[in-house]
Design a protein around this ligand. Structure first.
Ligand code: C2E
Ligand code: CA
Ligand code: CA
Length: 778
C-alpha cells in the first residue's frame, strides 16, 4: 500500500513506474531551482560553475517544467486541453530563453524585439487561455457576486500594479515604437496575469485550495519577477545573476507542482454574514485611495481607468448583495409556507388559504370543496421499506398532485395526509378522480416500483360546514369513510360522521375485546381444482361485538394496525386456528390452515418466538400452517422481512403471497423468496370473464408460477363460468363463494359432512364436470 501523497495526489492514478518518474523529475527540478538560487546568491563563485547554472541548468529547468506539465496532460484525465496549452506556453518561454542563451547573449547589442520576445509573450497568451479553461471546468456554479468580486480584485490589483510598475516604465521607456510596445507588453501582460489570479481566488470564495494556490503563486511569482526586472531595466539598475533570476524557474516549478495537485472538491458556496463583503471592501479600498491620490498627484489614464472600473464593480457588487439579501428573505418567507419534502404548501399556509376561501365564498355566496387525501397502508410501507422510502414516495407524490390539479391550493398537512381546495364544489369528484390517476403509475423507490392507493374525503362549503375548522373535520370523517368502504373517495355525510364516532369508539374497545376473547375465527374452504378435494381452510377473523353484532375484518383491521394491537390480534387468530386444526386432526380430518399476517407482525421481533410457542402448544405440524402475506410486505428488500421469511420457511411453515397482482412484485422477484404459493387477487377473477386481457394475465400468471414451481390459488370464485375458465387454464387451487362463504366451525363441519356424503369416493376418471360439482358443493 502506498500512502496517498497529499501534495502530488494526482500521481496516485499512475502506474508504479510513471509515478516514480514524475516524483523523481519533480524532485530534480526542485533541486535545480534551489541550486539556481544558491548560484545566484554567489555560492558557486563567478566562474564556470555559475555559467553552467545560469545557462544550462536554467534552461534545462524550464524545459523540465514544460515536460512535467505536458505529462500531466497526457497521463491524467480531465482538464487535458488546459494543461497542454500551459505546457506549450512554458515550452515557448523556455525556447525564448534558449534562443537568448545561444544567440542573443553573445551579441553586444541584441535587437528588440527579438524571437525570444515572441516566446515570452506567447507564454502569456497560453497562460490566460489555460486559466480560462480551468476556471470554466472547476468553477461551475458561481454567483454573480463572485464574478464581481473577481472584477473588483482584478481591476484593483491592476490599478495598483499600473501605478507602481507601468508608470515608471512608461516614464523611462524611449526608442522605436516596436521596442516600446514590446517593453510595455510585459508589464501589461503581468498585470493581467496577477489580476487574473486574484479574480480566480475571488471566484473560489477566497478559499482557493492547494491546487489553485500553487497555480496562483506560480503565476504571481512570474509576474513579480517580470515586473521587478522591467522596472530595473528601465531604471538601468538590472544586473544578471541576482536572486531575481531564480524567480522565473521558481514560478514554473510551482506550476509543475500545481499540475500534479488534485483540484479540490467543489464546495458549496456559503454566505456567511459580513465575511462575504470583507474581500470586496479590502480590494475596493486601494482603488478608492488611488483615485483620491489622483486629485493631488498626476496619474496616467491606464491606472486611473482601472481604479474607476474597480469602484464601478464594487458598486455593482453591493447592489447584488443587497438584492441577495432581499431574495433570501423572500426564500425564508417561502420556506415558512412550504413543506420541505414535497414542495407543496404546509399545513399552516393551507389553513390560511382555507380561511380566506371561506371568507371569500361567504361574501360571494359561492361554493368550494375541500379534499382530504390519505395514502392507504402508508404505515406498512414505512415499516417495511423504511422511512427513507416513505419520504421518497411523498416527495414524488407532491409534484404529481400538482400536475393533475393545476390551479387549486394543494398542501401536505402532515404525514401522508394532503389537502386540496377546489374552487367549485362541482369540480370535487373530477378532482378526486384525477388524484387517483396521479397514483396509477408506480413510484420509483430505490429501484423498486411501488404502487399505492389513496382515500379521498370530500367536504363541501357551505353545504357541510361554514367554518374552516368544521370543514376540515368533515373532510377527515369522509376520508375515513372512503377508507372503510374502500370506495377511493367519499363525500361527507352526517351518517359517515356517525360512523366515524363508531370508529373512534371501536379503537378504544378493541384491545379489551381481544383480551376478553371477542374475536372469533371463520373458515373458508380452499379447493384443489384438479381433484375436487378440500385442501384446507383460510382463517378469517371477525369481531363478535356485544352490541354491534359480528363485525367484518375490514372495519377493524386498520384500527388494530394503527392502534398497535396487531400482535395481539394475530396471536388470538393463530391460537384459535391452530387449536381448531388440532381438533380436526384428531377427528381424522387433515386440513391445512391459512392465517393472514400483516407487515406489522413480520417486523415484530417477538413474532417468530410467539409462533413457535403456539405451534408447540397446539401440537400441529408446522407444515400444515400457511401464512398469507400481502404483497406490500414483500417489497421489503431489506434484510428484516427477508430474514423473518427465511426463518419461517426453516420452521417448516408454508408461505403464500396474498392479493397477487394488486401490488408491485413480479414473479421473478418472488422466486428469490421462500414463497411457495400465490393467491391471484379476486379482482382479476371478477374481471376475467368480461375482459380478455385480464383472462390472459391470469392464464400466463398460472403458467409462469407453475414453471417456477409455485402453487396458485384463485380467490373470489363466484360463478361456475369463472371456475370453468380457471380450470381450463389449469389453475390448481381455488376459493370463493361458489364453494362456500367463510363459516364458523360448526358451519364448516356441516359443509364438510354434506360434501362427504354427496361426493362418491372419487376415482381419477370420475371427477365431475366443474359446473356440476361446484353447484353441488355450494
Ligand atoms: P383476504 O385475505 O383477501 O381474504 C379474503 C376475503 O375475501 C374475505 O373477506 C372473504 O370473505 C372474501 N371472499 C372470499 N370469497 C369471496 C368471493 O367469492 N367473493 C367475494 N366478493 N369475496 C370473497 P373478509 O373475511 O371480510 O376479510 C377481508 C380481509 O381482512 C382479508 O382479505 C384480509 O386481508 C383481512 N383479514 C381477515 N382476517 C384476518 C386476520 O386474521 N389477520 C389479518 N391480518 N387480516 C385479516
Ligand atoms: Ca388472505
Ligand atoms: Ca386475498
Amino acid at each position: 500500500m502506498h500512502p496517498r501523497p497529499r501534495l502530488l495526489s494526482l500521481t496516485t492514478v499512475l502506474s508504479e513506474r510513471a509515478r516514480a518518474a514524475v516524483h523523481v523529475t519533480l524532485l530534480a527540478l526542485t533541486l535545480a531551482v534551489a541550486g539556481l538560487a544558491l548560484s545566484d546568491l554567489g555560492l558557486f563563485g563567478h566562474g564556470a560553475v555559475e555559467r553552467i547554472f545560469n545557462d544550462w541548468v536554467y534552461n534545462g529547468a524550464e524545459l523540465t517544467a514544460a515536460a512535467l506539465v505536458l505529462s500531466r496532460a497526457l497521463l491524467v484525465r480531465g482538464e487535458r486541453r488546459a494543461w497542454r496549452i500551459l505546457a506549450l506556453g512554458i515550452a515557448l518561454f523556455a525556447a525564448g530563453d534558449v534562443y537568448y542563451t545561444l544567440v542573443l547573449e553573445p551579441m553586444s547589442n541584441p535587437p528588440t524585439p527579438s524571437p525570444s520576445d515572441a516566446g515570452y509573450l506567447a507564454f502569456y497568451v497560453c497562460a490566460y487561455a489555460m486559466m480560462m479553461m480551468i476556471v470554466r471546468v472547476r468553477v461551475r456554479t458561481f454567483h454573480a457576486s463572485m464574478w464581481l468580486d473577481g472584477a473588483i480584485g482584478g481591476f484593483s490589483v491592476a490599478a495598483i500594479g499600473a501605478t507602481l510598475v507601468l508608470e515608471p516604465v512608461i516614464n523611462v521607456t524611449h526608442g522605436p515604437f516596436a521596442a516600446v510596445a514590446t517593453n510595455l507588453a510585459y508589464p501589461l501582460g503581468d498585470l493581467l496575469l496577477l489580476a487574473f489570479v486574484v479574480s480566480v481566488f475571488a471566484l473560489t470564495g477566497w478559499r482557493p485550495g492547494r491546487a489553485w494556490l500553487l497555480m496562483g503563486l506560480g503565476f504571481a511569482t512570474l509576474a513579480i519577477a517580470d515586473s521587478v526586472y522591467l522596472f530595473r531595466v528601465a531604471e538601468g539598475t538590472y544586473a544578471a545573476g541576482t536572486i531575481l533570476d531564480a524567480l522565473w524557474p521558481g514560478g514554473l516549478l510551482l506550476l509543475a507542482y500545481a499540475a500534479w495537485c488534485e483540484p479540490r472538491e467543489r464546495e458549496e458556496i456559503r454566505f456567511e454574514g459580513l465575511a462575504v463583503i470583507v474581500a470586496p471592501v479590502v480590494f475596493a479600498l486601494p482603488a478608492l485611495l488611488l483615485l483620491i491620490r489622483a486629485n493631488y498627484v498626476h496619474m496616467s489614464v491606464i491606472p486611473e481607468s482601472l481604479a474607476t472600473a474597480a469602484l464601478i464593480a464594487a458598486g455593482a457588487r453591493f447592489a447584488s448583495t443587497f438584492n441577495d439579501v432581499r431574495k433570501l428573505s423572500n426564500v425564508r418567507e417561502h420556506l415558512a409556507r412550504t413543506d420541505e419534502l414535497t414542495g407543496l404548501a404546509n399545513r399552516r399556509h393551507f389553513y390560511a388559504s382555507l380561511k380566506s376561501a371561506v371568507d371569500g365564498c361567504t361574501l360571494r355566496k359561492s361554493s368550494f370543496a375541500l379534499l382530504m387525501i390519505d395514502l392507504d397502508r402508508f404505515k406498512e410501507l414505512n415499516d417495511t421499506l423504511g422511512h427513507h422510502a416513505g419520504d421518497l414516495l411523498l416527495a414524488q407524490f407532491g409534484p404529481r398532485l400538482q400536475t393533475v390539479l393545476r390551479g387549486g391550493a394543494i398542501a401536505r398537512l402532515g404525514g401522508d395526509e394532503f389537502g386540496v381546495i377546489v374552487r367549485e364544489a362541482d369540480g370535487a369528484q373530477g378532482a378526486a378522480e384525477r388524484i387517483q390517476d396521479a397514483l396509477r403509475a408506480p413510484f420509483k423507490l430505490e429501484g423498486l416500483g411501488v404502487s399505492v392507493q389513496a382515500s379521498v374525503g370530500i367536504a363541501l362549503f357551505p353545504r357541510d360546514a361554514k367554518s374552516a375548522e368544521k370543514l376540515l373535520q368533515c373532510a377527515d370523517v369522509a376520508m375515513y369513510q372512503a377508507k372503510d368502504m374502500r370506495t377511493r373517495f367519499a363525500f361527507y355525510s352526517p351518517r359517515s360522521d356517525h360512523n366515524s364516532r363508531v370508529r373512534l369508539g371501536l379503537v378504544s374497545e378493541l384491545k379489551g375485546a381481544i383480551e376478553q376473547g371477542q374475536l372469533v375465527v371463520h373458515y373458508q374452504p380452499q379447493i384443489d381444482l384438479r381433484s375436487g378435494d378440500v385442501r384446507g381452510v383460510e382463517a378469517l377473523v371477525r369481531w363478535a361485538h356485544p352490541e354491534r353484532g359480528l363485525l367484518a375484518p375490514d372495519t377493524f383491521i386498520d384500527l388494530a394496525e394503527n392502534s398497535g394491537v396487531m400482535r395481539e390480534l394475530t396471536a388470538s387468530v393463530l391460537e384459535q386456528a391452530l387449536a381448531q386444526q388440532h381438533r380436526w386432526l384428531c377427528a381424522g380430518r387433515e386440513l391445512a390452515v391459512a392465517v393472514n399476517v400483516s407487515a406489522t407482525n413480520l417486523v415484530d421481533p417477538g413474532f417468530l418466538a410467539d409462533l413457535h410457542e403456539t405451534l408447540e402448544r397446539s401440537g400441529t405440524p408446522a407444515r400444515m400452517l400457511r401464512l398469507e402475506i400481502t404483497e406490500n410486505v414483500l417489497i421489503a428488500e431489506g434484510p428484516r422481512v427477508r430474514t423473518v421469511l427465511e426463518s419461517l420457511a426453516d420452521l417448516g411453515v408454508q408461505l403464500t403471497l396474498d392479493d397477487f397482482g394488486t401490488g408491485y412484485s413480479s414473479l421473478a422477484y418472488l422466486r428469490e423468496l421462500p414463497v411457495g404459493e400465490i393467491k391471484i387477487d379476486r379482482s382479476f377473477v371478477a374481471e376475467m370473464m368480461s375482459d380478455s386481457d385480464t383472462a390472459t394475465i391470469v392464464e400466463s400468471t398460472i403458467a409462469l408460477a407453475g414453471r417456477l414451481g409455485m402453487d396458485v390459488v384463485a380467490e373470489g370464485i363466484e360463478t361456475p363460468e369463472q371456475l370453468e375458465l380457471l380450470r381450463s387454464q389449469h389453475c390448481p387451487l381455488g376459493q370463493g363463494y361458489l364453494f362456500s362463504r367463510p363459516m364458523p366451525v360448526a358451519g364448516v363441519e356441516r359443509w364438510l359432512a354434506l360434501r362427504d356424503a354427496q361426493k362418491p369416493e372419487p376415482r381419477r376418471s370420475e371427477i365431475p364436470a366443474p359446473s356440476t360439482w361446484a353447484t353441488t358443493f355450494n
